[in-house]
Design a protein around this ligand. Structure first.
Ligand code: HEM
Length: 510
């Protein structure tokens, strides 16, 4: 019985490969006929030679989410910062060049994500995954969410939820190691509910750990698909059953989002403003619901937007904050300096939003963390010819893979590329670096709209945590910070989790 099942499965996989290769051959042939100009551009740039029609796809066989950064870094070793690479009949430029990356990101004509991005999309195209005018219209609704007047409410919530996080953390002050990613993620989930949905869902109070586990796994599955060419076409993804298992993993998060939307709609019907004290506050959901009620967008769209915002806003800040705690645990001298800065500013009292601009060294630590473990890559489809400089114009039809991770470790821009060295962000060294060489939030029209929100919430959470606890770790820092096995949850996170030990600070025990 088992043997028969295995035989059916392997026949099925073989048939999938045959269909896929057939489709690719056909597509490559048609493309060749259609676009001679692209072929000339690709031939003029250096790059690996490819197999007929399949291109250099064999160069990424064996790549997966745990080895992707190292694997791609090795691939890039033999080529200049901009090189061409054919993948399954699709012409790509792979770049880690600040000049090219800045030009692409600044272009208001070339804002569409590259084709592989479809692996990262959720239910329905929304702010993170939408293209063209759909994206442009949605971005107009997102920007007011991050207006200055909303920050008063955001920051009150940052403080309130950080206090809840600290209460939860106390049970770990036993000298045992634990993975700090989970409690941090529950806190950032609460924050996205409070600030984007305008609804208190109390993820931390209710111990909704399943949400963090399901969301993290769903994100990881999206990246797994992105690294498996066999699952790029929708039909192979669907027929293999991968789509069904993704849905099962993704749905608990989606159901939770729907519950939040229902609660907020009910509250609006009852005339409850988003928060009691700030009548001017409009959460992202409120902006969307105004548009829904005016008949401009559908409920499906509202759900998709909130769902993508929920993912984009919670896992990114959780990864970075948890990484900062882990790195402080591994580098006690850095931790000591951060604590000294915090203690001087607040003298043992709570760190407030007004104090944040004084936390200069902490900001350097967060940026150095993002340099190593921020989003490693992104991509754009060039839809209109783009001039990078006198020697390089990327023609429409090219897909660009921007390898931020490589740029963020390029010895030409970083004194100690593979070390944890917050000094990289001292004003002196920052001024010597090309402007586009550090872009963890990207730049240009599709820059992360949550940039300021993220930095302020992380600083407040980290500073207030360090007032109460010190961090240590059983692990020694690696010689080379890039020598780790990662899962990719938008950003690299170690496969063994972000394990730390915490101890109450002395004045706590007095
Ligand atoms: C450390 C924290 C964060 C990092 C490193 C980060 C990074 C990024 C990056 C690199 C992108 C562009 C992705 C691409 O085009 O491929 C992006 C987009 C986005 N981010 Fe963030 N982000 C962070 C926090 C947040 C927060 C807190 C929010 C919301 C509360 C948020 C909301 C968004 C949204 C809505 C987009 C899509 C923007 C668009 O396509 O127009 N992010 N983020």
């Amino acid at each position: 019985m088992v043997i028969a099942q295995v035989a059916v499965q392997s026949k099925f996989t073989r048939n999938l490969w045959v269909c896929l290769i057939g489709a690719l051959l056909l597509r490559a042939l048609m493309q060749r006929l259609r676009n001679q100009r692209i072929f000339a551009f690709m031939a003029a740039l250096p790059g690996p030679t490819g197999l007929p029609f399949l291109g250099a796809i064999h160069r990424i066989v064996g790549i997966n989410t745990t080895n992707a950064c190292r694997y791609l870094k090795n691939l890039c070793k033999d080529y200049p910062r901009n090189f061409s690479i054919w993948m399954c009949g699709i012409p790509h430029v792979l770049t880690s060049d600040p000049e090219a990356i800045s030009a692409i990101l600044a272009s208001s004509e070339n804002t569409d994500k590259f084709s592989h991005h479809k692996c990262i999309k959720t239910e329905y195209p929304a702010i993170v995954s939408a293209q063209g005018d759909e994206w442009r219209n949605m971005r107009k609704l997102v920007n007011p969410t991050f207006c200055i007047s909303n920050f008063k409410v955001f920051e009150r919530n940052f403080q309130y939820r950080t206090n809840e996080f600290l209460n939860k953390l106390d049970k770990h002050a036993t000298g045992e190691e634990f993975d700090i990613h989970l409690p941090v993620h529950l806190c950032t989930l609460d924050l996205v509910c409070d600030n984007m949905i305008g609804c208190e869902m109390d993820v931390q109070k209710n111990n909704l750990e399943y949400l963090s586990i399901a969301m993290s796994r769903a994100i990881e599955m999206m990246f797994e698909r992105a690294f498996q060419p066999i699952f790029w076409p929708d039909f192979t993804y669907l027929l293999s059953g991968q789509q069904t298992s993704f849905r099962k993993t993704y749905n608990p998060g989606l159901d939770f989002v729907k519950l939040g939307i229902e609660q907020r709609m009910k509250a609006r019907k009852e005339g409850v403003v988003a928060t009691e004290s700030e009548e001017n506050f409009r959460s992202f959901l409120d902006i969307l619901l105004d548009n829904f009620e005016a008949g401009i967008i559908s409920m499906k769209q509202v759900t998709a937007e909130i769902s993508e915002m929920y993912f984009a806003g919670s896992i990114t800040t959780a990864n970075t904050t948890a990484w900062v705690f882990k790195l402080l645990a591994m580098f006690p001298e850095v931790q000591e300096r951060v604590c000294k800065e915090i203690d001087e500013i607040c003298d043992g009292e709570q760190v407030t939003p007004e104090d944040l601009h004084k936390l200069v060294y902490l900001e350097m630590v967060i940026k150095e963390t993002l340099r190593h473990y921020g989003p490693p890559f992104t991509g754009r489809k060039i839809t209109e010819d783009l001039k990078v400089n006198e020697n390089l114009t990327i023609p429409a039809g090219i897909e660009v893979f921007m390898f931020l991770y490589l740029m963020h470790h390029d010895p030409e821009y970083w004194q100690k590329p593979n070390k944890f060295y917050p000094g990289h962000f001292s004003p002196n060294l920052e001024s010597k670096r090309p402007k586009g060489a550090f872009v963890p939030f990207l730049s240009g029209p599709r820059v992360c709209p949550g940039y300021k929100y993220a930095m302020r919430s992380m600083k407040l959470m980290i500073a207030n945590t360090l007032l109460h606890y010190t961090f240590s770790s059983n692990e020694k820092p690696p010689e080379n910070m890039t020598d780790l096995e990662f899962r990719i949850l938008f950003m690299p996170v170690p496969v063994n989790g972000l394990r730390v030990k915490i101890q109450r600070r002395e004045w706590h025990n007095e």
